[in-house]
Design a protein around this ligand. Structure first.
Ligand SMILES: Cc1cc2nc3c(=O)[nH]c(=O)nc-3n(C[C@H](O)[C@H](O)[C@H](O)COP(=O)(O)O)c2cc1C
Length: 361
């Protein structure tokens, strides 16, 4: 069985020196116009030893991006803003893909300037982040056929822009209760057309997005993130194993080379759930590489590789706090603890000031 420190060909054109990936992490350090900033280049370059950096979720359109100070990839200024970041990561010997994000009903019009879009007009529970603090979610508009066509065009443009900005590929964000996940799961999708109802129809939108992105940048540059088990942001499904098995089968048909699954357990410190993981069933349906996420430490990560379910592991919060995580895991060194209070705050504090082993010595 491979070790976490062994190389892997994640796709035919993307070889990684190790199997320790940086999970996508929203950090809110872009401008209000969703343009990346200089400090983001420093942050990502510090973490370039990761086998692969998956960027923070990045809006494909103003409609799809409601998180304050999160970055976008729909216009030229944003493409120019990303270039120094991909350059900095490449100069440090790293590799980086961009996570493509449409937040669906999880946005507020106070940020996007328009009514949220979703498969069905069902208001999610809870509150949206905005520049004026948290605001109760609004009722979304159920997407029309024209809306779906327009959103697919937005995915195409965003994928094209990501390559123009120097990324090594893209990851389609199909997880965590955002637009694609809202189409997948029955609690948020009550459509009666070809995009709702039976599982095969609810998987259709994911498949269409994947095909459009593949047509734009080539299948070897495309990965997908899903969160098969556990309710998240009001998205839930009683038959999650059959649903995500169908999703894996669809991605297999398209030839997607890798998927990342955020699969917490009952003891997880991030959205715990009693729902069984779907990854063993998905492993049988999907011949590409599988990256697993949530709460992993050195021993549990290696155990998942040994079981043959995962080909690589992505680490989220541990990468926030440990820019030299690969080195620390390799040498069995202690890990810095993350500071929740600075996850999303502007500026360098809690962002680029976590010490490496060298700095701490
Ligand atoms: C601060 C923060 C920001 C996150 N942002 C994203 C994101 O942009 N996209 C995404 O798919 N998941 C996001 N997640 C989920 C993480 O990628 C990951 O699934 C979660 O942190 C659990 O993994 P861990 O236990 O290794 O931290 C975020 C999590 C945290 C804590």
């Amino acid at each position: 069985m491979p070790s976490l420190f062994d190389p892997i060909a994640l796709t035919p054109t993307l070889s990684l020196p190790n199997r320790i990936l940086m999970a996508p992490l929203t950090r809110g350090r872009a401008t209000r116009e969703a343009v990346p900033t200089e400090v983001m280049a420093e942050y990502y370059a510090q973490r370039a030893d990761a086998g692969l950096i998956i960027s923070e979720a990045t809006g494909i359109s103003r409609e799809g991006l409601g998180w304050p100070n999160a970055p976008g990839i729909w216009n030229e200024e944003q493409v120019e803003g990303w270039k120094p970041i991909t350059d900095a990561v490449h100069e440090r010997g790293g590799r980086m893909v961009l996570q493509l994000w449409h937040m669906g009903r999880m946005v507020h019009s106070a940020v996007t300037g328009r009514q949220p879009l979703a498969p069905s007009p069902i208001t999610p529970p809870g509150e949206a982040h905005s520049y004026n603090g948290k605001l109760p979610f609004e009722q979304p508009r159920g997407a029309t056929a024209d809306d779906i066509k327009r959103v697919l065009d937005d995915y195409s443009r965003a994928a094209r822009n990501a390559i123009a900005a120097g990324f090594d590929g893209v990851q389609i964000h199909g997880a965590n209760g955002y637009l694609i996940d809202e189409f997948l799961r029955s609690s948020s999708n009550q459509r009666e057309d070809d995009y709702g109802g039976p599982i095969a129809s609810r998987v259709r939108f994911l498949g269409e997005v994947a095909r459009r992105v593949v047509a734009e940048v080539g299948v070897e540059r495309v990965g997908v993130r899903l969160s098969p088990n556990g309710a998240v942001n009001g998205c839930d499904d009683p038959d999650h194993i059959a649903l995500f098995n169908a999703a894996a089968t669809e991605l297999e048909k398209i030839g997607i080379p890798w998927i990342e699954l955020r699969e917490p357990g009952p003891q997880s410190s991030f959205r715990p759930t009693e729902q069984q993981p779907a990854s063993p069933a998905m492993r049988r349906a999907f011949s590409g590489k599988i990256v697993l996420n949530s709460d992993y430490k050195l021993t549990s990560a290696q155990a998942k590789l040994d079981e043959g379910i995962a080909d690589a592991i992505s680490f989220g919060r541990t990468f926030i706090a440990n820019p030299d995580l690969v080195e620390r895991l390799k040498t069995g060194s202690a890990l810095n603890r993350w500071d929740v209070d600075t996850f999303y705050t502007p500026g360098p504090k809690g962002y680029v000031d976590y010490p490496t082993l060298d700095e701490a010595a």
